[in-house]
Design a protein around this ligand. Structure first.
Ligand code: Z5A
Length: 217
């Protein structure tokens, strides 16, 4: 595939959506075709799954295994109908969360078997392996402070997974750091506890270098 696939990962409120939008704008300005996607969601099927996953309005508890398979189903749909076609056209695809989220949340957070999750991920993503994964690392409590402010501004509230305990979210953060250690070529960990422009600069440094490298190949 000729395109370039970037994923953003990290705990709640670490700035993923903010920096996905900034990076997309910058790449667009430089003349790249940019496709933004998000997980769960990004397709009609995926957005319906997102609704089930985020709001327990139907009153039934979503069990960890069910939750996992729903994330995988949304991913399989997004990969085949959006990500792979865009990469084949030569576009830059930027995805707000991807397969590593399942390992961090359902694996390290919920305690499901990591090997099984990795196998399911392989099935869901096929050939769509990210070229680079930006991990925005942030203390969980700091992330929640940011979300509190954002929710107050937008008059929204915490969704189902955001309502999990601080201990759960700390396990997720540690899981991400383990993943970054397991895949050092793909992951770039960026300290997100700085102002938006500084974080933006660090992200651009990584992406510019990787894009330059791709052009040389
Ligand atoms: N999930 C899962 O369990 N398994 C999976 O496989 C997948 C997902 C794919 C998706 O939620 C949920 O699904 C998520 C994981 C789970 N659950 N939780 N909890 P989502 O898509 O609705 O939301 P999110 O991905 O968790 O993102 P977020 O928490 O909404 O935040 P963010 O995108 O990282 O941050 P942001 O919206 O860019 O920034 C938050 C606020 O902070 C905002 O007001 C910004 O203006 C501000 N901000 C950003 N950067 C800064 C800096 N540097 N300084 C100060 N303020 C800042």
């Amino acid at each position: 595939m000729r395109g370039f696939f970037i994923t953003f990962e990290g705990p709640e409120g670490s700035g993923k959506s903010t920096h996905v939008a900034r990076l997309a704008k910058r790449l667009n300005t430089l003349g790249y075709e940019v496709v933004i996607a998000r997980e769960p969601g990004g397709t009609v099927v995926g957005e319906a799954i997102r609704d089930v996953l985020q709001h327990d309005k139907r009153g039934e508890q979503v069990l960890p295994e069910t939750e996992t398979l729903l994330f995988m189903a949304s991913r399989a749909q997004l990969v085949r109908s959006v990500i792979i076609p865009a990469l084949r056209r030569g576009a830059c695809v930027i995805c707000d969360r991807f397969a590593d989220s399942t390992i961090a949340y359902q694996g390290y957070g919920r305690g499901l078997d990591i090997k099984s999750l990795l196998k399911l991920n392989n099935f869901a993503i096929g050939e769509a392996v990210p070229d680079v994964t930006i991990l925005l690392d942030l203390d969980v409590k700091r992330g929640f402070q940011r979300l509190k402010q954002r929710n107050r501004k937008k008059k929204t509230s915490h969704d189902r997974i955001e309502r999990e305990s601080i201990v759960f979210h700390q396990k997720v953060r540690r899981g991400y750091l383990k993943l970054a250690g397991m895949y050092p070529k793909r992951f770039r960990t960026i300290d997100a506890d700085r102002n938006i422009d500084s974080v933006d600069k660090s992200i651009w440094k990584v992406i510019a270098k990787r894009l330059g490298r791709i052009r040389e190949e």
